[in-house]
Design a protein around this ligand. Structure first.
Ligand code: FAD
Length: 471
């Protein structure tokens, strides 16, 4: 099936009355705000950013050394950015999929696969240990072919994954449609070791755990500047300054505090819809008995999953870059993107005509040219940073946090020796070439999806230099 981007009346009607609050944040369990930092202070470790990367960093630092004085600040609210507005797929992959990992770090890939599964196991154990009520479970994920040419690609991916220690199965079109009923599914591969979570509740649970272990947390406290002052780093906020022995930067797609990070990441907006709860008849019509997540295999792909209260979350496809690496809450609402998503949903599940979407929102993704996180240090090793998850950081941000702490420790570790940790992505060019390149890539990917996956000269050139975007 080639998705039509022109929304029909059914798709448009389904969006009437849409709330643009992210579904996960529209929750009575959302905690009250932590206080703004109002006076100068000092700390052992300052964590900047209260998404998953920052929360895990603070929590794991305290766990390793309970006496460490850890302070976490966020410019807004904990979980309001990507960590509370994502699809909730918790992948074991640290490398944005096996193919990307094999291409970029062939010597380390088996180790990276092992570390990825260990990271996912540890994340599940932490959720249990800390008693975080976030609907977490290992549900598995299918990737489905909706066009004939995608079948061989998926077969290759499954073979590659299995050759490196994963256990991915193949499903014929019939088997795939028996699992989840859409005529558009021609083939599928299934990875059993993928979790699904309510991401905001996970982040809020991690916040509780941080507070319980003695981390000081301040919301609505943006760090405006970082200065090396010898044995310490000084962070300026709007109302106070923080003198820190060490700093961990976990600011994701937001304007980086270190100039040297800027060239490696571009903020890209992605969109999600969530339906009203389905009736029993509607679930029967699509036969989706398991709680698996799904995605399709296009360059511009959709991801979809059930929620604990019986809705379907449906996101992806558009990846919108705004000139000059623009980040703005106004970009989180894009009615044209919502209409396309609704149309594609109805093309996939025509049995659900008449269903309404209750929530639709967007979020910003820290895209880098290798699609997987990178790390670095500054201020003579007193500061570490991580960014670049490129839309797959719910699980790997726990690993990202561990690497930052290992970098700050000053001692080498298994993690700091990985070539993935030691290397950086290729930088993006400055404007206007940045916009031109990204927009031309997006158009080319769209065109490839319309023409049986055929990649034009531009995409083939990017592939050759290791910039082979697939979304
Ligand atoms: C729509 C969407 C869908 C996604 N779906 C998935 C998925 O299904 N599975 C998956 O694995 N990944 C997914 N992702 C990606 C995933 O959400 C992110 O990789 C992950 O949440 C990143 O966490 P983080 O802590 O690094 O960043 P964030 O959650 O963005 O947190 C960064 C924090 O830093 C704060 N900050 C920024 N600048 C400053 C400053 N100067 N001072 C103080 N604080 C600052 C911000 O306020 C923010 O709270 C998705 C992302 C989006 C947007």
């Amino acid at each position: 099936m080639i998705f039509s981007d022109t929304p029909g009346p059914v798709a448009l009607k389904a969006l009437q009355g849409l709330s643009t609050t992210p579904f996960w944040l529209d929750d009575s369990r959302r905690p009250a705000a932590q206080p703004v930092l109002g006076s100068d202070t000092s700390c052992g470790l300052l964590v900047i950013g209260g998404g998953f990367s920052g929360l895990w960093t603070a929590l794991l630092a305290k766990r390793a050394q309970p006496s460490r004085d850890v302070l976490l600040v966020d410019a807004g609210r904990i979980a309001d950015a990507a960590s509370g507005r994502n699809g909730g797929f918790v992948s074991h992959s640290l490398t944005h999929g096996i193919r990307n990992g094999v291409d970029r770090w062939p010597a380390d890939i088996d180790q990276l696969v092992r570390l990825g599964h260990e990271n996912l196991d540890a994340l599940g154990q932490d959720i249990e240990l800390l008693g975080i009520d976030c609907d977490y479970g290992i549900a598995g994920e299918y990737v489905v072919a909706v066009q004939e040419h995608q079948v061989d690609d998926l077969r290759d991916t499954a073979a590659l994954a299995n050759a490196h220690g994963d256990t991915v199965i193949e499903l014929t079109g019939e088997q795939m449609q028996a699992a989840v009923n859409s005529d558009s599914f021609l083939f599928g591969i299934g990875d059993p070791d993928v979790g699904l979570v309510n991401p905001a509740r996970l982040a809020w649970g991690l916040l509780d755990a941080c507070l319980a272990s003695g981390v000081r947390v301040h919301e609505h406290t943006p760090v405006l500047d970082l200065v090396d002052v010898g044995k310490r780093v000084m962070a300026a906020t709007e109302m106070a300054s923080i003198t820190a022995r060490q700093v961990a930067i976990a600011t994701n797609a937001f304007p980086p505090l270190l100039r040297k990070m800027s060239k490696y990441i571009v903020p890209v907006y992605d969109y999600i819809l969530v339906t009203e709860p389905l009736s029993r008849e509607q679930w029967t019509a699509i036969g989706w008995d398991g709680r698996q997540g799904l995605s399709d295999a296009g360059n511009q792909f959709h991801y979809y999953r059930p929620t604990a209260d019986g809705r379907i979350l449906w996101g992806g496809y558009d990846a919108v870059y705004h000139r000059n690496s623009g980040v703005d809450p106004a970009f989180e609402v894009d009615h044209a993107a919502f209409a396309r998503l609704s149309e594609h949903f109805h093309q996939t599940f025509p049995q659900l005509d008449g269903i309404r979407f209750s929530h639709g929102w967007g979020g910003v993704i820290d895209t880098c040219s290798r699609f997987a996180p990178f790390w670095g240090s500054a201020h003579s090793g007193k500061t570490a940073f991580v960014a670049g998850y490129t839309g797959l950081g719910v699980g790997s941000s726990r690993f990202g946090a561990r690497v930052m702490l290992d970098l700050l420790s000053g001692h080498g570790s298994e993690l700091t020796e990985l070539s993935m940790v030691k290397s950086k992505p290729l930088p993006f060019p400055p404007e206007p070439f940045r916009s031109m390149g990204i927009n031309w890539t997006t158009k080319s990917l769209h065109s490839a999806d319309l023409h049986e996956g055929r990649r034009n000269l531009w995409l083939r050139t990017l592939d050759k230099v290791g910039l082979g975007f697939d979304s």
